[in-house]
Design a binder for this molecule. Sequence first.
Ligand code: ATR
Length: 276
Amino acid sequence: MRLLTGHARLAGVLGWPVSHSRSPRLHGHWLATLGIDGAYLPLPVHPDRFATAVRALADLGFRGANVTIPHKLAAFEVCDVVDATARRAGAVNTLVFRDGRIEGSNTDGYGFLESVKDQAPGWQPGAGPAVLLGAGGAARAIAAALIDAGCPRVTLVNRSRHKAEALAGDLGGPVAVADAPPLEDAALLVNTTSLGMVGHPPLEVDLAPLGAGAVVSDIVYVPLETPLLAAARARGLRAVDGLGMLLHQARPGFEAWFGAAPVVDAALREVVAADI
Ligand code: ATR
């Protein structure tokens, strides 16, 4: 067992509740395999105490923290400085305490793009239009990342059309809203809703209009192989699961806090997906 010294670097994940989070296992695996003198802790914090807790972590010498449900909007407010992606998303998932300041970023969209590049080699954001199902927080982060990376058009399709329209207005850029997914010329289809997750209804979408080169992605990762991904593979399309986004969004924070570049590989997937 690796023992901590007095120099140990500390980070963690703030959530309420936080017991479901896979991040301690994910960062713990990287700390162990890289032999780093550090620890990454689950930090359950009630929403009423969030800002106080963040400042206390900084005072305690933590290097930073991840932020998960329900704190991503409050995290944006508590930061002294945020990066451009976090500003576009209006939400922060990664905090770095540096030079007496609280710095915020949003790596969810980055994690999504890296995961698609990883699991569908050859795809890149400029490959063609993207269609996003849903208009919640995940859709916001993914759409922002796609636009920033040069995707020619992002179409939002959501049960509540007014939310998609509001999101399109916030995002700016080449964003459209539709009632039915325009799949004929889509290079990428992404499910950002909870449909298809264990305990939720399945997602009903006819993949027939998609071209042979299209990539289908799901942010749901319980189960890993959702009905949407299974349907895509059955048609010979490339499918990208939701676990990759979770793994890749963690990389920038780890690097900032612990000073080493971690890798997303089969061993990590196995550790994090062990009980899915
Ligand atoms: P997240 O932050 O993970 O994106 P969210 O903000 O709660 O979660 O967004 C959930 C998304 O899933 C929304 O787009 C929601 O549609 P509405 O805006 O109409 O609520 C979508 N969603 C959830 N359950 C759904 C269902 N049964 N059918 C269709 N869409 C659903």
